[in-house]
Design a protein around this ligand. Structure first.
Ligand SMILES: *Cc1c(COP(=O)(O)O)cnc(C)c1O
Length: 450
């Protein structure tokens, strides 16, 4: 039942012979535990499957509130702002729930800032940290939206649009962290932020436009190890010392959470407790009491969401050296993390009937006609597959993919194969369920075509 610890590599296995000619590796699952449901139970899954039809995302309000409280309790000596990096899950009702706790918003584009305002967030509580300068920057700033310049050109353009204004600068401190090169956002191989050796140019540009750089920001994604966060905080403080008007330091997001049972989550209190003495030392040395900002996305949203699908087919390949595949009515059109960077998500088969089922090792395939649409990659490596131990699936069973609160609904191969954007359901604290986004119709998908 449990696969062997000595993982067997099967080379030369071709996933879709008609399309792909590249041999794909398949690794037997080495974990010894089957994953379990988080905030749902089997009866609820079946009830929601019948009521709303699959696929749909379901989010848990209580989990969102619990994580928001964790962020707002981040240790700090001179004040704290917690921002929600809304790109993780930008649905309006989620923005309302999180900002009602006191969290502010990190927006990744001018459009996201407008989206947050339409959800009712006050402009002063929104900060834009964007790769692409919003075309309507001046209008957004006039409304009160805050800006974090991420390059020298952005700083220049802000100065032209808003001479004498106040802003934040994003600095690349020269250090990176992240679980793969696709999630690494610091160091010489990352384009995010102003390189830390260009501070003279920052000061010169600011002086020319009479700008006040009162806030400094780094977001390098430091993971779950508190010691890495201290290293990042120390580097940031060294840079902040050279920006004399800075009174607020943002350490960004990137607090890792375990989606799988065997993965670690960040202990925010432990991270904060290590950083507090550094901020206090800075105050003694430089006479500036810096307030702190953190802006997690994953930490707040990842484990608050599940994707509920239905098993549509079970197929197998060659009796010797072949595999059993479970096919479902969702895939990269709803969750692209596995295909994009080998992201791992718990997968649980929920039989519609009470009978006990045996278990077996399976690969799970999404519904898109694309050989990369696989839900069971090897961790961190979408080029290879890894079987999972699942309850024997039958057509019609519900299949739940956990840990999809962050970077799934908001980041998917939307409408590929003309699959409509799926519905979103919220489980309220009082136990009721509510539709917060309808399933898209074909007419809506086509409405802009001429
Ligand atoms: C995406 C992003 C975050 C959130 O990152 P997580 O890894 O989801 O916590 C925070 N700040 C900025 C600037 C970002 O782009």
């Amino acid at each position: 039942m449990i696969s062997c610890a000595a993982a067997k590599l099967h080379r030369g296995f071709v996933r879709q012979p008609s399309v792909s000619i590249v041999p794909i590796e398949v690794v037997q699952n080495e974990s010894t535990e089957m994953e379990t449901l988080r905030f749902l139970d089997a009866a609820r899954v079946i009830e929601l499957q019948r009521e709303f039809g699959t696929p749909f995302y379901v989010y848990d309000e209580q989990t969102l509130l619990d994580r928001a409280n964790d962020v707002l309790a981040f240790p700090n000596p001179y004040g704290l702002i917690g921002r929600y990096a809304m790109k993780a899950l930008p649905t309006a009702e989620v923005l309302r729930i999180l900002t009602a706790t006191g969290l502010h918003i990190d927006a990744s584009s001018g459009f996201e800032a407008e989206r947050a305002m339409r959800a009712g967030v006050e402009p002063e509580r929104i900060q834009i940290t964007a790769q692409e300068l919003p075309r309507n920057l001046a209008a957004l700033i006039a409304k009160g939206v805050r800006f974090n310049a991420c390059s020298l050109l952005q700083l220049e353009k802000f100065g032209e649009a808003n001479p004498g204004g106040e802003l934040s600068v994003r600095i690349n401190p020269g250090l990176g962290s992240g679980h793969s090169n696709r999630t690494n956002v610091g160091g010489p191989s990352a384009s995010f932020g102003i390189w830390h050796e260009q501070l003279d140019q920052v000061l010169e540009t600011a002086a020319r436009h009479n700008l006040h750089i009162t806030r400094m920001h780094t977001h390098i994604g430091s993971g779950s190890d508190p010691d890495k966060w201290v290293v990042c905080a120390k580097m940031s403080l060294t840079i902040a010392a050279k920006l004399p008007e800075v009174t607020s330091l943002s350490l960004g997001g990137g607090f890792k959470v375990g989606r799988m049972a065997n993965e670690d989550s960040t202990d925010l209190i432990a991270v904060g407790q290590k950083i507090v003495p550094e901020i206090e030392n800075f105050a003694r040395e430089h006479g500036r009491e810096l307030s702190l900002e953190v802006e997690p996305g994953t930490f707040l949203a990842a484990n608050c969401g599940a994707l509920v699908c239905t098993v549509t087919d079970v197929v197998e390949t060659s009796a010797e050296g072949g595999y059993r595949f479970v096919k479902i009515d969702a895939g990269m059109s709803e969750i692209v993390r596995p295909s994009l960077y080998g992201g791992q998500h718990p997968i649980i088969v929920v039989p519609g009937t009470d009978e006990t089922r045996g278990t077996g090792d399976f690969l799970v395939a999404g519904h898109c006609c694309e050989s990369g649409d696989i839900l069971t990659p090897e961790p961190g490596n979408p080029e290879a597959l890894q079987t999972r131990e699942l309850a024997d699936p039958r057509v019609g069973d519900a299949l739940v993919i956990e840990g999809v609160g962050a970077y799934c609904s908001g980041m998917s191969a939307k409408n590929y194969n003309a699959f409509p954007e799926c519905a979103e359901i919220l489980l309220r604290v009082d136990g009721s369920s509510e539709l917060i986004r309808r399933r898209q119709t074909l007419d809506q998908m086509l409405q802009n075509e001429i």
